[in-house]
Structure formats: structure tokens, C-alpha cells
Design a protein. Structure first.
Lengths: 195, 259, 195
């Protein structure tokens, strides 16, 4: 392994989270982004070719070394690490709604899922999977939610574009026309109340 | 995801919606957790009956839905009741005659169908996410993290543009609700009442203009109006007009009949 | 690398602490302590021979994979093992509120932003961007916050008077007070509220 690959390996080992190519470039001022990417590829190939117990994976906008899935059961058995707790169905549905509609307010989430969402939203926020990204212009200026990098990390996705696209789902995405109209109404009501 | 407990279920009187502690006691509340909401339950019923979402036999499904939430126990199920009432309303709408020409008839089920399809898609994505999370969960990140180096604190990035953008967001976010502009009662109805009573002690009747005074503010006008109405209600004064659009007269005595 | 070496590499990687030979043996019931030791040696040799950026070290009675010291300086320089240094939207908004309203208490910040500020205030304080500048005379004598010299330094401003003055900012950031009500609007609002 050449010195840059070694440096990047050492850096990925030391980082507690996925590291972006830009951050890796800061390791050595004389190195280009292209060289960093090339070194990452070499490291990945090296792990694969030599049959290492770890691999390089791309997620949440960066790169991370993780242990190979085949060893998870043995590692858990030896109590050296445990899998994160699974998310409940309600949490997953709420996350799915937010991931596709973001920025999205609580009312819209509740309309889509047909249930009150306050508790689930708080839990997701506490776990760092969603965050407030702004306020709507609608009446009462409700908070708008979006997903965080930790959400991508939880799913092991490089970025949001890796979520399945509408065409890939068995049910095509329905445009939410009615919702827009309602927002417009609320905005009008708001203006009226202001004047 | 079984809906129905051993033995009991389908025969339970379904049309009553009272919350039955008996249902809770028999453990059905736990079953409610099997569904993430009324749409989930509804989808489950449709799947069990192998019904096409696009053509829901509302009457039958509404009955089953009511039966299910009754059996499941309704202690914390306001959302389910909301859906139940929608279904009952739909059922009623479906019973209405469609008229001779079916062309401009709008299916009352359309909105429900749209919501169900949309929700089904969310569920599909949620399943996909659960899969992804499961695949991710078996890849452990590094467990041991070296202690961060002692001194050089992380260089913070902060620039004025970011800060100003934040200021704008804060300003945009400040609630200027009508609520806050409703101020403590500034009207002085008591004062106006005393003033009118004083005027009426001196004279038998006064005009509206006299009642509100020479340079009235909007608050004076409103205070006086309320004072007069209150006096009139208590019989302390009489208010009348000589004719349509004539000046309003506030009087100590009841108006004599217009003879 | 043979399967046991891979397994041990994955386990050392995933474990949050140095791992003893006995613990490693629990990974596979069919493996002897001697075989575990042998595999550890192989892993160590593999790292050395292939010139990896990491190495196996013995510490605190167990084994760990760590970055080679040679790369420590570069990694520290790139700050990969500290938290990302960008301020979140919530932090920026709280900071903005404090910058323009200082000295200001937590209750007022929360009223302006409409969300709880305890966590954000702590973080901003830890980052050295704000500090306690006194106590209010109000009930409970709450702490008052202000910005620090570091805040100005990061913005490259000589002092607080150099913050953009934009009048509407300072006005909009005034707390909403009962206004003087000698105008038709408020009277109308009053009537509406009464009805």
C-alpha cells in the first residue's frame, strides 16, 4: 500500500463517523481530490482482494470502514458489539414520509399516515434522525422537518438519491394536489388575520 | 397481525362505539399495536378480503372496521374513531341514489382511495428502509474511538452570511399571531356610563354626538356604545331614532308614541 | 487472510475496548486459545508486511487495532476524530438571537425561536461562542447570555457594533409587547376577540 492509502486507512480508522473526500484531502495539502478517490478505491480493492474482515463503504456523504456482515453474529455472541435497536413500524413510516416530502410539517405527516405524530416526531428528533429545517408559511407557521446525515448512516445510504425512486415502487407516487390547495387557503387565512 | 382474539370476535355487536374495558382486559389493546394507524388497519382488512383498493365495498368494510376497533379496544384510539366516522359517512353517501345520468357522478370513495394508495406506498418505502437498516446494522463501525487530541479545538466555520441568514430565519419564525395583538381591555365602559348618567341627570335627552364627546377616539366610541347598550338593557336609558337614518337620541324617559 | 484471521480482525475493529485472547476465543467455540494467538500474530504480520496504516497493539491487557503513530499528526491536523465544526441551523439561529439581543435570558430566546434552547445553549457555551454575562433581575434571576470575543473573531469583526445594523432586524427581534392601542386595527382585533 502506498503512503497515501496508508494515511487514508489510518484516518478512516480514527474517525467516529463517515469521512468526506474533502475532509480526507485535508490530510495532505499536496494531494488532489482525484488522488484521494483513487486511494480510496485502492484501499477498497485491497480489502476485498486480501479477504479482510472489514470493508470500505460509502454512506451519509462520506466513507467509513465497517466490519463485514458475515461476522456480525459471532461478534454479538462474544458480546463485543451489538446491533442498534430496530425502529418501530410507526417510526419507519414517519421517516419514510419525511424522507420523501421534506421539508414537511407535522400536519401533512399526520394526514398521510392518518394518526397523530407528535410522539414519534419527538422520538425521531431525540435519536437525531430528523431535525427542524424551517417553518412553513402556512397558518401558525408550523415547524418543517427533514432527515439528518445520521438517518442516511442508519440505512447505510450514500445520500438521499439512493432512496428508491417513485417508478421503482410498485405503486406510483400520487401528486398531492389537494394538500397544496389547502396550504394556499391557510396562507390566505393567515394574511387575512394579519391585516 | 391477527385481528381477532380466540373465540370472541366477529359476533361482537359492531355498531356501538363505546369503549369496552372488557376488550382491554382480554388483551386486545396489545393487538392494536400491531397496526400503526387506521389506514394500516384498513389496508389489512382489504388485504384479508382480497379487495381491490380501487373498488372498495364501503358498507362491508365500514362494518368490519367498526367491528375491528371495537374488538381491539378503543382506549387510545381517537385516530381510529375519526376514520370510523369517515367510513360511516362514506357509507351513507354511497347509499344515496346516483341519479339517472352517471356521467358527472363523483365517486365519494376517490379521496379514500387516494389516501390508501399513498399510504401503501409509504409502507412500501418503510419496508425498504427496514431492510436497508437491517443490512446496515450487521456492519459494525469502529467500536473503539481514540480519545480526541487534547488541545487544538476544532476550527469553527462561521461567516456573516450564515449568521444573517439565521437572523432572517429567526425573524421569519417570530410569531406575530393575532393573539399577541389582542391587548388588555382598554375600553372604559364604566367611565362612559358615568359620563352618560351625569349628562342625563342634567338633561332629559342627549344626542349620540354629545355622548361620545367632542374629539372621540375609537376607544371612546366603542366604550360609549357599550355603555349606552348596557344602560338601555338595564332600563337606565332609552335609545331611539325619530325616523329612519335620523339622529340617535339617548333619553332618560321612554319615547312618547310618535303621535 | 484465513477466515479466523478475518473474524478476529472484524471483532477487534468492532469492539469498543481492547479485547483479551479469552474474549476472542468466544467468537468461535471450535477454536483454541493457541489458534487465536496464532491468528493474532498473522494479522499483525499481515499489517506489517503489507504496509498498512494501522497496526495491532497490546494494551490494557487486551488487543486493539490502532492507527500508526506516524499518521497521528496529519489526522489531528485534519481534525477527523472531532465533531464536525459547522454550526447547525438551530445553533446559528440561537447565536443570531443572542448576538442581537444580548444580554438575553433563555426564556426570551425560547420565546423568540419558539423552541427549547437548553441543549443548544450548552453546546454554544462549550464551543466558546457565548458566555454567561450576568443575571436578570426577573423572577428566579435567570442567567443572561452574551457573545464572546471568539464569536467576533470567527466573523472577523472588531466589535459588536460592526454587526450589520439593519434596522428591521433589531425591531423584529424586539419582544412582542402590548402596543398602544389608539388605532382602529387593534380596536377591531379587540371586538373580534370578544365576539
Amino acid at each position: 500500500m502506498n503512503p497515501l492509502v496508508q494515511l487514508i486507512e489510518a484516518a478512516l480508522f480514527a474517525a467516529p463517523r463517515p469521512v468526506t473526500v474533502e475532509e480526507l484531502q485535508m490530510l495532505d495539502p499536496d494531494v488532489s481530490l482525484a488522488e484521494v478517490r483513487q486511494a480510496l478505491d485502492q484501499l477498497r480493492e485491497h480489502y476485498d482482494f486480501d479477504g479482510h474482515g472489514v470493508e470500505v463503504t460509502e454512506m451519509a456523504g462520506g466513507f467509513q470502514i465497517v466490519s463485514r456482515p458475515a461476522f456480525a453474529a459471532a461478534i454479538e455472541r462474544a458480546q463485543l458489539n451489538t446491533k442498534p435497536a430496530r425502529l418501530s413500524a410507526a417510526m419507519l413510516e414517519t421517516l419514510a414520509t419525511i424522507a420523501y416530502r421534506q421539508p414537511v410539517g407535522r400536519a401533512e405527516i399526520e394526514e398521510i399516515r392518518g394518526v397523530s405524530a407528535a410522539g414519534v416526531l419527538r422520538t425521531l428528533q431525540e435519536r437525531g434522525l430528523i431535525e427542524v429545517v424551517g417553518r412553513s408559511e402556512a397558518l401558525g407557521r408550523p415547524l418543517l422537518y427533514g432527515t439528518t446525515p445520521l438517518f442516511l448512516e442508519l440505512l447505510g445510504l450514500p445520500d438521499l438519491t439512493n432512496l428508491p425512486r417513485a417508478e421503482e415502487l410498485s405503486i406510483a407516487l400520487q401528486p398531492v394536489k389537494a394538500q397544496d390547495d389547502r396550504d394556499a387557503d391557510s396562507a390566505a387565512a393567515y394574511v387575512e388575520a394579519e391585516s | 397481525m391477527t385481528l381477532v382474539g380466540p373465540g370472541t370476535a366477529p359476533e361482537v355487536a359492531a355498531t356501538t362505539l363505546e369503549t369496552e374495558p372488557a376488550a382491554a382486559a382480554s388483551g386486545f389493546v396489545v393487538e392494536l399495536d400491531a397496526f400503526t394507524g387506521p389506514l394500516d388497519l384498513l389496508l389489512h382488512l382489504l388485504r384479508e378480503e382480497q379487495i381491490d383498493i380501487a373498488d372498495i365495498p364501503i358498507a362491508r368494510i365500514a362494518d368490519q372496521f367498526l367491528k375491528a376497533i371495537h374488538v381491539l379496544g378503543l382506549n387510545q384510539a381517537a385516530d381510529y374513531l375519526d376514520m370510523a366516522s369517515r367510513l360511516v359517512r362514506l357509507k351513507a353517501q354511497m347509499l344515496l341514489p346516483r341519479g339517472a345520468v352517471g356521467d358527472d357522478w363523483e365517486d365519494p370513495r376517490a379521496e379514500l382511495v387516494r389516501r390508501l394508495l399513498e399510504y401503501q406506498q409509504i409502507k412500501e418505502i418503510a419496508l425498504w428502509m427496514a431492510d436497508s437498516a437491517e443490512r446496515r446494522a450487521v456492519k459494525f463501525p469502529r467500536g473503539y474511538l481514540p480519545p480526541p487530541p487534547e488541545q487544538p479545538p476544532p476550527p469553527l466555520t462561521l461567516d456573516l452570511l450564515d449568521l444573517l441568514a439565521a437572523v432572517e430565519r429567526v425573524i421569519a419564525g417570530i410569531l406575530h399571531p393575532v393573539l399577541h395583538r389582542v391587548v388588555a381591555r382598554p375600553l372604559n365602559v364604566e367611565g362612559a356610563t358615568l359620563r352618560i348618567q351625569a349628562l342625563l341627570t342634567d338633561r332629559a335627552e342627549i344626542s349620540w354626538a354629545e355622548a361620545i364627546g367632542p374629539t372621540p377616539t375609537i376607544v371612546d366610541v366603542l366604550s360609549t356604545l357599550l355603555a349606552i347598550l348596557e344602560l338601555a338593557r338595564r332600563g337606565g336609558a332609552y335609545v331611539f331614532q325619530q325616523g329612519a337614518f335620523g339622529p340617535v337620541v339617548i333619553s332618560r324617559e321612554p319615547p312618547r308614541s310618535a303621535d
